[in-house]
Each structure stands twice: as C-alpha cells, then as structure tokens.
Design a protein around this ligand. Structure first.
Ligand SMILES: N[C@@H](CCC[C@H](N)C(=O)O)C(=O)O
Length: 275
C-alpha cells in the first residue's frame, strides 16, 4: 500500500488514495500511524472519494482509528495532494467532509493554501456538550483533581478551550487527556490551551482527540481563535502561534473562519507490514 506523506506545520498526515488501496480497519490505522511500530503520522486522509454535493469527498482518520469530522491541516494537505496530481488548479473548489462542505483555493501550493473552514458554533447541542442547551462559555469542570475553566466550540469537530496566561507543552500532555475524555463531551473533544499574546496574535498548545499532542492543528486554531474573539480578546484577523509554526485566520462577525497556511511534501512511503 502506497501513501503520500505531507505535513502542515508539523501536523503530519498520510494521503491514501482509494485507487491505491482500501482503508485499513481501525487496528490497521493504529499500526500504520504508530511512530515506532508503523510508518508514523498524526492521521490518514482517505480520498479523493466521489461526492454528490462537492467536487471531492475526504475522510479523516485519527491514529487511534476514530474518524474526525474535520481537519484544517488535513484539508490543506488534501488540497495540495489534489494539486500535485493535477486534479485542481488555482481556481476555487469544494471538499465534502463529515463536518460539512468547505471551499478551498490554492494561492501557492507550498506557502499559501486557503480553506473556508465553516462557521464556529458555541452551542452545547451542536458541539456536543452534555447538560442543558446553552452556549458553553467560561464554565468550570473538574478534571485530574483540579477545577478547570473552559469554553467549548465546534467547527465540525469538538473543541475544549482553556485560557491561560502562559501555555506549556507539559500542561497539554498532563491535563489534555483528562479533558479529551471528560464525561461532559459525549464524542470526546480536542483540547487547546490558549494564551492571548495581543489582539492579533494567540499561542496554542494542543492535545488532539484521537491523536494526542500535536505541533499544530487547523480546526483547533479556528475554534480557539473564535473563543478568543467571542470573549472580546482578539480582533477579526488572528495569527495563531503553535510549536509547528504560524497559521493565519480571518474570523467574520458570525464566526465563519478562513484559514490560510503552508503545506510541505515529505515523500512517498510503501506499507508492507509483516504483522
Ligand atoms: N489536526 C487536525 C485535527 C484532526 C482531527 C481531530 N484530531 C479530531 O478528532 O477532531 C486539524 O488540523 O484540524
């Protein structure tokens, strides 16, 4: 089985084209994504698949075998893959995901791929978050023996955003898993620790649902920046600083998010497991 491997700010994915093989089962996905026993990645992008509502359809698989509704970095990588295969040009096109249809435009295949990520919602019913219907803004939960103030949002996939004066990888690794699996989130959740640098810049440390600690995340960036906007802490144009690099976001008054960022090709890998 042949995979093309790309990364978007260090958030690395395999692209598995259906023409080159079936999607492995969840055990197979876990194995191929394993950093030691497999080829190693933050997930698998399975596509292009046919769609009745968009130009292409994409399925997004986490390393634990779970399926994600959306992936910002994954979508940019998929756009680059389509461009590398001559299936798209610099004209806009659409991609269907489990979390809705997005539109994309390639300005520069390495440096600048733009995706209209959709609208962020803070509704408990949509995210989802257990409890009565409300916008989940600066609530408190208990996790790992501590009280944690958080906001929640979705851009197709769920996010739990924790505001901090200073963020750290260590806290993302220590507290992230407890929030990912907290009973408040029936579908689990991605977790972001958010530091507001100024009204145009935020810093994130990220623990992803089904993937763990990652160096960058486009849907996490969209959700966390929208929470910061909702709280009145940033303006509409935000640069997101993550360990893997910078992502540029533009947030409309009704929380539609435009994400622009780079993609890099790593190479082609052949998967021939003995086990
Ligand atoms: N890294 C991705 C997010 C991938 C999906 C996420 N782990 C989930 O389960 O929702 C991104 O760039 O958005």
């Amino acid at each position: 089985m042949v995979f093309q491997k790309y990364h978007a700010l260090g958030n690395d994915y395999f692209v598995l084209d259906p023409s080159s093989g079936e999607l492995p089962d969840s055990k197979g996905i876990e194995l191929v994504c394993h950093r030691n026993f497999g080829l190693g990645s933050d997930g698998i992008l399975y596509g292009p698949l046919p769609s009745e509502v968009a130009d292409f359809r994409l399925r997004i698989l986490n390393p634990d075998g779970s399926e994600a509704e959306k992936s910002g970095n994954g979508l940019r990588i998929f756009c680059r893959y389509l461009h590398d295969r001559g299936e798209v040009t610099d004209r806009p096109f659409t991609v269907e995901t489990e979390g809705g249809v997005v539109s994309a435009c390639i300005h520069d295949a390495s440096e600048s791929i733009e995706v209209e990520m959709g609208k962020v919602s803070f509704s408990s019913q949509v995210i989802p978050v257990n409890g009565e219907e409300r916008e989940v803004i600066q609530e408190t939960l208990e996790a790992n023996g501590q009280k944690v103030e958080f906001s929640a949002a979705t851009i197709g996939n769920p996010h739990c955003v924790v505001l901090r004066d200073k963020v750290s990888e260590q806290e993302a690794r220590d507290l992230g898993p407890h929030l990912e699996n907290h009973p408040l989130f029936p579908n689990r959740t991605n977790v972001q620790f958010l530091e507001v640098i100024d009204r145009g810049n935020i810093r994130l440390e990220i623990w992803e649902r089904g993937a763990g600690y990652t160096l960058a995340s486009g849907s996490s960036s969209s959700a966390a920046a929208s929470v910061a906007r909702k709280l009145g802490l940033v303006d509409s144009d935000v640069t997101v600083h993550m360990p893997g690099g910078l992502l540029t976001l533009s947030i409309s008054d009704d929380f539609a998010v435009r994400m622009t960022g780079p993609v890099r090709l790593i190479g082609e890998l052949t998967w021939t497991p003995e086990d």
